[in-house]
Design a protein. Structure first.
Length: 165
């Protein structure tokens, strides 16, 4: 009889954990939309477009220089089914800095995984991601991102030393 009560209590605890994770994930989508004319709002819209699998819209938030380094075909191929990963994560704005027509936005990305059948603690893994933005024609565009798609900046060789007359 005592084993039966342990199983019932364990099942109730597991159900409560799963329900709390579902509630936490579903309420995160009710966050306010940041202003479109800010670097933070651009990054938020970019990640929301990826979350909805709208790769065309996500690509439209990239700067001209980022699009020169990564075509739409490369962008969508690199994401593949990776945009599903965006749906399973929570993104938190950490800080942003604006320097004239450039900006940096730092976010923390948290991944939640429900617990297994023999463990009662869900796991969480967090990491930081940085986005560089450029202002072009009065709008902010992502020029470099470290997640979920990386846009390598080409390394320019140094100029040769100038020789005297």
């Amino acid at each position: 009889m005592s084993n039966r009560w342990l199983i019932i209590i364990g099942s109730i605890v597991a159900i409560l954990i799963v329900v709390s994770v579902i509630v936490a994930i579903s309420t995160q989508n009710n966050l306010p939309i940041l202003s479109e004319d800010t670097p933070e709002g651009t990054v938020q819209r970019y990640l929301q477009a990826l979350e909805r699998d709208d790769l065309t819209l996500a690509y439209s938030y990239l700067s001209v220089s980022a699009k020169e380094r990564k075509t739409f075909q490369e962008f969508s191929r690199e994401l593949g089914f990776g945009s599903k990963e965006v749906q399973q994560r929570q993104v938190t704005l950490e800080k942003s800095r604006v320097f004239g027509n450039t900006a940096e936005v730092q976010v923390t990305i948290s991944e939640f995984r429900p617990s297994g059948p023999l463990t009662f603690q869900p796991s969480e893994n967090s990491f930081q991601s940085n986005y560089s933005l450029q202002k072009q024609d009065g709008k902010w565009f992502i020029s470099d991102a470290s997640w979920p798609v990386y846009f390598p900046v080409p390394i320019k060789p140094p100029h040769p030393p100038q020789s005297g007359p």
